[in-house]
Design a protein around this ligand. Sequence first.
Ligand code: SF4
Ligand code: FES
Length: 367
Amino acid sequence: MMTNGYAVPSPKPLHNPLGLLAELTHRCPLGCPYCSNPLALDRREDELDAATWARVFREAAGLGVLQVHLSGGEPASRRDLVDVMAAARDAGLYTNLITSGVGVTDQRLRELADAGLDHVQISIQDSEPKSSDLIAGYEGAYARKRGLAVAVVALRLPLTVNIVIHRANIGRIDELVAMALDMGALRVEIAHVQYYGWALKNRAALMPTRQQVEEAVARIEPLRKQHHSRIVIDAVVPDYYARFPKPCVGGWGRRSLNVTPAGRVLPCHAAESIAGLEFWSVKDHSLREIWECNPAFNAFRGTSFLPEPCQSCERRDIDFGGCRCQAFALTGDARATDPVCHLSPQHHVVEEQAAVREDATYVYRRL
Ligand code: SF4
Ligand code: FES
């Protein structure tokens, strides 16, 4: 079978998905220059209602999904957030609220906790309040995020702090970990900007230097040792300075799936950036039908579609040739070896783009 030029290999046997990213809305008060949502946002009037989300969660649990990440945009932009979260709990899923920290009132947080919310993840832009607000494009955001963290910890909900790293904050790894500790987080995720979608508009303004990256990476192990009993530090080398690509989303259509606010089901959050794929909706199909039968899910399952050098590479079943969205963004072919890999014949594209840096003002993401 073909899907707009991409041959669909036989996908059997299929893995079960373990995680579901539920993008409840694309509405968000912040304007982060590296926003990972697609360029064309789903409109409020097209968002799935709470009853449909409840069905999606039941179907997800039936497929083997164990945890749901309630995300956005800002999920608190939805008035029915507590009902949606409770439906996920009723389906037997572990619930993680991923929030900007702006828009979740103390009362709403208490209601979520009372309804069984399991975990909260707050994203924060920097350890310096002024810089944090500048990156978020929202004055006062830093203070509100810190305030929400206090409320989360007071309710004894486990807290993860997520920090996206780029040129403006990469020199403060120690301060960022200290901030997460001070906020009472049990885990801190240090994630470098992924350059797809909106982040491409700001790539030159966000791109760190190789020296900055090496210095930041060198700080991680000492910090892990220093704080090992108090906080888990998750950190990965940024794509543009790595030797090998990451096994993006654990492999296309292998372990996780995303549902957009309007109900389209995707193998990863950036999948719609790949031209020529058609993604089915939960409005028309069950989650199982989509997971098993949507040609777009089968297009890059496994490794048989990969060209050389991946086909004869011993890392083929470890990284699946890297990220399909990045391969498409950088080469125009989603089957290509991710050019992040130093063995890719197109690796020079990554090196050339990493060298472009410019102190331009951010292009903020606004609805
Ligand atoms: Fe991974 Fe392909 Fe690079 Fe091998 S050649 S490391 S499989 S991306
Ligand atoms: Fe889509 Fe990596 S972000 S496969």
